[in-house]
Design a protein around this ligand. Structure first.
Ligand code: CO
Length: 188
């Protein structure tokens, strides 16, 4: 399957609202190939030249439903800094990721969120949990993992896991007051 900005489904397509189902483990060859291709998309999309040549929109994550496939698969890749300020690459190829706990404290990106399936801008704060714990099978590490995420990684994982429920980031923006201050929230 070719993954590019033409094959990624947009929010005008009702399939983006479909609920995704868990996949069986160990992964089938088909699911494993799909997940690897999704990951490759995200990695390649950050290479300006490749992105231009292959019609890739830059992204930090993608979920299978964005290809019209309702399976709980998501790939994430971006450069980050850890809590000591050291550079770290966040990379995951996740099957069946699910949030097992989340902080009461909220967080949002000051600049708002974007999505490969959303072409228009939707301004406003997308309010999420500041810290989450996610359990999943990770194909990169070839094992079950428990991810303790905070800050940007927590936002990205919540965005991707929302896709499994057919939820898009702008569903979480306060329609009456998109930039309403959230008390005690972490801004990123
Ligand atoms: Co998205």
């Amino acid at each position: 399957m070719i993954i590019n900005n033409d094959t990624i489904i947009k929010d005008s397509d009702p399939r983006i609202r479909q609920v995704s189902q868990p996949v069986s483990l160990p992964l089938s060859k088909e699911d494993e190939d799909l997940l690897r291709q999704m990951f490759k998309y995200v990695v390649d999309s950050t290479d300006e030249e490749l992105a231009e040549k292959e019609n890739l929109r830059p992204a930090v994550g993608i979920s299978a439903i964005q290809l019209g496939i309702p399976k709980q698969l998501t790939a994430v890749y971006f450069e980050d800094v850890d809590k000591n300020g050291e550079p770290v690459t966040r990379e995951f190829m996740l099957a069946n990721p699910h949030i097992v706990s989340s902080s009461l404290q909220k967080a949002y990106l000051k600049g708002g969120e974007g999505c490969l399936s959303v072409e228009e801008e939707h301004e406003g704060y997308v309010v999420r949990s500041a810290r989450i714990k996610v359990k999943a099978f990770d194909l990169i590490r070839n094992s079950e993992v428990e991810i303790r995420a905070r800050g940007y990684l927590a936002i990205v994982l919540q965005h991707e896991i929302d896709h499994f429920s057919g939820i898009l980031f702008y569903d979480r923006i306060n329609a009456e007051d998109p930039f309403k201050e959230i008390e005690g929230a972490m801004t990123i």
